[in-house]
Design a protein around this ligand. Sequence first.
Ligand code: HEM
Length: 445
Amino acid sequence: MISTPSGPKLPSSIQLLHWLFRPIPFMQQAARHYGDCFTVRLPANPPLVFFSSPEAVKDIFTSDPEKMPAGQTRAIVQPLVGQHSVLVLDGARHAQERKLLMPPFHGERMQAYSTIMADITDQTINRWPVGRAFPMQAEMQEITLNVILRTVFGIEEGAQFSHLRALLIELLSLGTNPLNLIPWFPRLLGPFTNRQRLMQLIGEVDQALYEAISQRRAAGAAGRTDILSMLIEARDEQGQPLTDIELRDELVTMLVAGHETTATSLSWTFHHLLQRPEIVDKLKAELHQVVGADPVQPQHLQKLDYLDAVIKEAQRLTPIVPVVGRYVREPVRIGGRELPAGVVATACIYLTHHHPAVWPQPERFDPDRFLVKRPSPYEFFPFGGGNRYCLGAAFALYEMKIVLARVLSRVTLHAAPGRTVRVVRRGVTFAPSEGMPVVLDRLAA
Ligand code: HEM
């Protein structure tokens, strides 16, 4: 019989506490002790077999999705995103859904959104106080939420925008707390969870979304560039459109998958930049040379090589999603190790991005490494890989470039003094502690 690779010997409930509250030291200690492959055991979960060598990551991402599906490893978000979401679907239905969703997210399509993204960034910057600390994470979330509402949902500012926005903010704050999503947890921890309110809220959000979908269907999508309009027009190979429930599930999916992720990646990028003024100077020089004094335009973006390298290096050093998993349905060989059925093969983004054999001086923030080396998709994979590669990667990178270019060309920031930023867990993502406080020194028009 094939056994699972060895791993920490602690009881599964203690491993869960480590994984929730000190995930990085927990992974690092396990890697020091067991090497590039070890098994973590959490209560009520299949064993998670962690891998951090590019060879193993390649085996995971190129595996047959029928034999190693991902959807069932994400069951925890199903109450939020719904059963038709591309996140939780597997097999033929997943492949079909991706085909429908992919065209609106194509890199070239993003150009339609640059003005909206830059305007929303400017409106947010204009509110920042001078000389007083404020949390960067919340500001970035403000930007990414408004961008999704305008570009994905296609809702213009006004009463409907404000109503939906308020509902979604509450939904995201309750819905991204894993404790609220596990059905048996409220019975155990009753007062500490808000599952009942969450379920009620999902009903209210659904009503608002169905209203928006029916208005859009009635008005027609002609001349519109938002993603909802494109999805309403999309047809599968049998000529069938997406139903209202499918559209609702995908809208919530994009919100859940795309809002906080992009905001947190931006916050980490600012965090690293604020530690290294010489890198900010180099970045500003590139922006000045390529963009000049005017707002950044789509044609500038592919010329901003250093900005691209800075974002990638921040994603390498502080990836916000630490692991991606595939459920092993039948025995398989990954990175030279035999795995039994019933485990989750876990490509560990964090450990691979910090692997000293792949990345010399891995703890150093050094964007230049991306100018001299083009890493393989198994050495650097902040957006996951294979048939589950992040659908919104081009969207997120595009938005991050616009936001960083606008902020850096308009303001001078420094990290709030006396605070040490640590990695903390926010739902399933790794975020900077205390919302990453910054102070604005100067604001240009
Ligand atoms: C910096 C920001 C982002 C990061 C780091 C990120 C990261 C990821 C990761 C690691 C996965 C899992 C991939 C795997 O299992 O191999 C994923 C999946 C996904 N992401 Fe993103 N994401 C980001 C932004 C976005 C945005 C903006 C959207 C949409 C608006 C989005 C939509 C999705 C969807 C729909 C999936 C599921 C794909 C599937 O299962 O087929 N993401 N993302």
